[in-house]
Write a protein that binds this ligand. Sequence first.
Ligand code: NAD
Length: 247
Amino acid sequence: MNNQTYRKAAEAIKSSPYTIAFTGAGISVESGIPPFRGGDGLWSKYDPEILDLQYFYKHPEKSWPVIKEIFYDFFGNAHPNIAHLSLAKLEAIGKLQGIITQNIDNLHQEAGSKLVHEFHGTCGRIVCTKCQMMYPSKNISLAVTPPACPSCGGLLKPDFVFFGENIPTKTYHASFTAAERAKVVLVIGTTGEVMPAGSIPIIAKQNGACIIEINTETSAFTSRYTDYFLQGKATQSMQSLMELVDI
Ligand code: NAD
């Protein structure tokens, strides 16, 4: 750990009137959820086609069993880690004004964060593709797949963004407004390669924000946009940072 870099990052957070976090799959790795890409990534085991919107509509009976296995049986057993909890604590003491997450695992909310923009939606809700009725996913039985809407019988779909699907408009605008306003952005566990999400720290930087990045490896942001790179696991780095923010 480079103490000087941590100290400067902590000072930036302490003196900032508007700080946001931008999180990716890496923050949930220590909760037991692997990222999509890379050697141990989910796409080394599953075919990403199951999350292609056109494929899903054509073959829901093939997509749904895999969706159930990954996003409900497997993600459903994960719990927030120290990095999620630290962000919730920063928000509670007024030092974090929002989280923009690319994750769909609901772990920021489980950790207690209230101001969360779910850029790619969430597996915590299930939506009817016919009548648009929205259900908490815990209210929908997945014993038989594909599940049908209890109200109209239409095909149900997890309320997260599939390949070929647009970002929800309200979330998109709220996220970019927060990025433009931010004085500090904590970028945690993301390659920055998924667009348009990956442009959020860039927009913030272009509007004068200080970028603090936590990642085990360098990312698309590190050399061009990051001011303070805290290399390491999300849990350890956030713990060290929180000690210096002095709370
Ligand atoms: P990614 O898979 O492209 O990258 C993960 C990043 O996390 C990498 O930069 C890696 O170096 C870093 N990392 C790995 N372990 C880490 C750790 N312990 N601490 C800190 N950093 C660590 O993920 P992405 O950039 O978020 O984009 C992939 C897309 O996949 C996103 O849109 C997201 O919606 C989705 N996704 C979500 C989840 C989830 O909800 N938990 C899981 C997998 C993928």
